[in-house]
Design a protein around this ligand. Structure first.
Ligand code: KIV
Length: 276
């Protein structure tokens, strides 16, 4: 089993860390078989699995349900689960109770929280309590309303400085790694150099300690277009649609099922049955 310490070693040895999202048993099995280092049960499941427009409507129950399936599909991979929208901004007690529930119910190895200095008190308490935490900065989809849409962050010198301050605050608060999403490559690179913990990028250029992508984007397993920063390695939606159309055609033309997909009685039993 790869541990969070293993990720730290990878940073020290300058070996890229591979992170991929997964949301259910088959996607988790595939990710594990492909030897990714970390599986993220992202709340992006709200968009790519549940068909919502953003991650805002994803609940703790949704996350637990999907994370349990992922755990069954990838027993030997490090699993990180997102805490959903507004589940860590209330009281520390409420945050701790939700984190306890998510860790115990899912068997996750770590939780991921979006935000910077504002959520450091919660992070410090969770880490002291023994919950490994991954931070998430840059484009933080749970704040899409406040950010004014899914747009690149840290484009000005002031915004970049704010990102760096937030990243250092998260490191001091005890996070094990940080995901940085949709920021200029230069900013992500400088931030990666400034931190001792691993920085994993998405839409953040090539100079972070690792890369994370969404399963459905990598495979193009969606009716929607993948974002421009995601490299598409397969056209599974088109291939699957062709297969399913073929199935529908064969049912309609009675080409399916044939004898090889049917069960038969023995001749003796058939004779008895028909003579009744
Ligand atoms: O929810 C998610 O899938 C994520 C990744 C985009 C990093 O947070």
């Amino acid at each position: 089993m790869k541990t969070l310490r293993y990720l730290q070693k990878k940073k020290e040895n300058m070996e890229p860390i591979v992170m991929l999202t997964a949301y259910d048993f088959p996607s988790a099995s595939l990710a594990e078989d492909a030897s990714v280092d970390i599986i993220l049960v992202g709340d992006s499941l709200g968009m790519v699995v549940l068909g919502y427009e953003s991650t805002i409507r994803v609940t703790v129950a949704d996350m637990v349900h999907h994370a349990r399936a992922v755990k069954r599909g990838a027993e030997n991979t490090l699993i990180v689960v997102d805490m959903p929208y507004l589940t860590y901004h209330g009281s520390i007690e409420q945050t701790v109770e939700t984190a306890r529930y998510m860790m115990q119910e899912t068997g996750a190895h770590a939780l991921k929280l979006e935000g910077g200095q504002d959520i450091c008190p919660q992070i410090e308490t969770l880490v002291k309590g023994g919950v490994p935490i991954i931070g998430h900065l840059g484009l933080t989809p749970q704040s899409v309303g406040v950010l004014g849409g899914f747009r690149i962050q840290g484009k000005t010198a002031d915004q970049a400085a704010q990102l760096l301050d937030d990243a250092k605050a998260l490191e001091r608060a005890g996070v094990s790694a940080i995901v940085i999403e949709c920021v200029p490559a230069e900013v992500a690179s400088d931030l990666t150099k400034a931190l001792n913990i691993p920085v994993i990028g998405i839409g953040a250029g090539a100079e972070t300690d690792g890369q994370v992508l969404v399963y459905h984007d990598v495979l193009n397993y969606s009716p929607a277009k993948a974002p421009s920063f995601a490299k598409v390695y397969d056209q599974s939606y088109v291939r699957m649609k062709t297969a399913l159309t073929h199935f529908a055609e064969e049912v309609r033309t009675r080409a399916f099922p044939d004898a090889s997909h049917s069960f038969a009685m023995t001749d003796d039993e058939l004779k008895k049955w028909r003579s009744r």
